[in-house]
Design a protein around this ligand. Structure first.
Ligand SMILES: Cc1cc2nc3c(=O)[nH]c(=O)nc-3n(C[C@H](O)[C@H](O)[C@H](O)COP(=O)(O)OP(=O)(O)OC[C@H]3O[C@@H](n4cnc5c(N)ncnc54)[C@H](O)[C@@H]3O)c2cc1C
Ligand code: SF4
Length: 531
């Protein structure tokens, strides 16, 4: 047998690729997981707000460009586990309605080709795999679920409990954010997670965050048939003469060029890099880019409309782990407005160092410290709509060009106004956007929630992937990262990417004739510890 031939080659080890590798691992098939980055080094800087937020120590140094040629330094990370190493681990299911068509102020959010009900069993599995803590029945917009959350809800710290009580008093319905961390509040001495203030945006120094490396890639590597190749960039995919099969995966590693092959090739490089990979892989049969007869590859880029708002309260906010509360009262149309506004939750606790990154020079450090000590740091997300002109292209050298014009912004403006109105009634005197202080938060570079660039659908004219995320045009090529979203909804995307990867994994196992029952799947073995 050719030693460079595998049953599956998976490119990218993040939420999509890591989870898929995990799903396929126990099949006994030869699996190669290729990751362009190394492991995140374990070092004190993992938890340094200066290293992470001011010096951008872990961001890629790669330079992209905007449509008008300006350099763009993306806030994204190339490591084993992908962006989940840095995520805030707020692991939401999309709402049931998000899978249908929804009318927004700025246009229509299109329907998905699968329903919530089809993805529900996979959400349940993904929540187990990624240690999601939560409680059913609090979030007024939550979709039905076949069971309880696998892990007990994470408690509010006193300031957040007070905010919760204040919001309830003025008629709102805040709820506990579903979170993927290995926290055991009933047995803190044994709990892997210590509930620190440097979670969102930071890698976890003690590997207690439920990320794709620790929950999916590491367990998959326990199987002898799974191999991980780090520091290996997939530069291009080559097809046979018919254009129907990928026959070679071109890899650049430590200055060497490798050619590998597999029965099935799965791109999971993140929505921007997977689109770029297909575009770079154009050939005679696929002149506009691999699997791009529809011309949708790279288009419909979405990343949410996001704001971080600091509410400066009279009383100090001594919260350490702040991401525990969310509010979806304005997620859908309300009697007051006919359209959705979005989702409100929290980022990790801002400190003076983080604020100093972009603060005007005349603001003294002491003022920033005091502001940070009194701030509640809200994260607001609204849905952006798929616009064909918001797109990833590649330049002459194969570099990434990202064109994006925000749309559907009225709902987001109203959401900010709603938050301001709420907080006025409950003791928060001032509310300011954090980007006034944290200068590097340039909206376009904030590609954390990237999705939509290789959308799935039933019509090959308007989508690049069919419902199982196989490309319409290349029989052995799949995409399982955030690219497949036809609409972005307004909650965080990672759990949906993970659940979908499990779904696609089952389809692939069927294609190779491996059955779940025969494989003793590890997700079923991994019973929640009830923490
Ligand atoms: C600071 C931050 C906070 C976030 N917080 C949340 C949150 O609380 N909740 C949530 O749901 N989401 C959150 N997200 C978003 C979440 O992390 C992403 O949605 C998710 O990781 C995307 O999964 P993916 O598989 O599409 O891509 P990724 O996880 O980015 O994985 C892609 C992988 O592919 C590799 N790769 C890329 N190109 C190549 C190539 N050519 N060859 C080989 N390898 C390649 C990359 O190095 C990377 O490891 C956050 C993101 C960030 C940055
Ligand atoms: S809160 Fe827990 S999971 Fe997050 S970084 Fe701190 S110890 Fe790790």
């Amino acid at each position: 047998m050719n030693t460079d031939h595998y049953d599956f080659i998976i490119i990218g080890s993040g939420a999509g690729g890591g989870t898929l590798t995990y799903r396929l691992a126990s099949s006994g098939k030869r699996i190669l997981l290729i990751e362009r980055g190394p492991y995140v080094p374990r070092e004190k800087e993992n938890w340094s707000t200066r290293a992470v937020n001011v010096e951008a120590r872990y961001n890629t140094k790669e330079e992209w460009h905007t449509a008008d040629g300006h350099p763009l330094h993306p806030h994204t990370n190339y490591y084993v586990g992908g962006n989940t190493k840095f995520y805030g681990a707020a692991l939401f299911r999309l709402r049931r309605e998000d899978f249908g068509e929804i009318r927004h102020h700025g246009g229509v959010s299109p329907a998905w080709p699968i329903s919530y009900d089809e993805l529900e069993p996979y959400y349940t599995e993904a929540e187990k795999l990624y240690h999601v803590h939560g409680v059913r029945g609090e979030d007024p917009t939550e979709p039905w679920r076949s069971g309880e959350y696998p892990y007990l809800v994470i408690s509010y710290e006193p300031r957040i409990q007070k905010l919760h009580d204040d919001l309830v008093r003025i008629g709102h319905q805040p709820f506990h954010t579903p979170l993927g961390v290995k926290l055991n509040e009933r047995d803190p001495r044994r709990s892997p997670c210590i509930r620190c203030s440097t979670c969102d945006g930071h890698p976890c120094l003690i590997n207690a965050k439920a990320d794709a490396q620790t929950c999916a890639v590491d367990p998959a590597l326990e199987y002898p048939n799974v191999t991980l190749m780090t520091d290996a960039l997939v530069s291009r995919l080559e097809t046979d003469a018919s254009g129907r099969r990928v026959t070679k995966v071109h890899v650049e590693r430590n200055g060497a060029k490798l050619e590998l092959s597999a029965d099935f090739v799965i791109a999971a490089c993140g929505a921007i890099n997977s689109a770029a990979l297909l575009l770079r892989s154009a050939n005679d049969r696929h002149p506009r880019g691999l699997a791009n007869g529809s011309d949708v590859v790279g288009r419909h880029y979405m990343g949410h409309i996001n704001s971080v708002m600091l509410a400066i309260s009279r009383e100090p906010n001594a919260t350490s782990f702040q991401k525990t509360l969310s509010l979806n009262d304005y997620y859908f149309a309300t009697p007051a407005w006919d359209f959705p506004m979005g989702h409100i939750s929290f980022v990790g606790k801002t400190d003076g160092v983080t604020l100093s990154a972009g603060a005007p020079a005349l603001v003294p450090g002491m003022t920033l410290e005091i502001m940070a000590r009194h701030s509640l740091d809200f994260w607001l997300t609204s849905e952006d709509l798929p616009d064909a002109d918001n797109r990833v292209t590649i330049d002459r050298n194969g570099g990434i060009v990202l064109a994006y014009k925000p749309n559907n912004e009225e709902g987001h403006r109203r959401l900010i106004a709603k938050l301001k109105g709420m907080l006025k009634d409950i003791d928060c005197t001032t509310i300011v956007p954090r980007h006034l202080f944290v200068g590097q938060r340039i909206p376009l570079a904030g590609v954390a929630h990237q999705n939509g660039t290789i959308r799935f659908g039933r019509d090959p004219q308007t989508s690049a992937l069919e419902v199982h995320c196989r490309t319409h045009e290349v029989d052995n090529l799949y995409v399982v990262d955030g690219s497949f979203f036809p609409s972005s909804a307004a909650v965080n995307p990672a759990l949906t990417i993970m659940a979908n990867a499990l779904r696609v994994g089952d389809h692939l196992l069927e294609r190779v004739g491996a059955t779940k029952a025969a494989m003793n799947l590890a997700t079923e073995a991994a019973e929640p510890a009830g923490v």
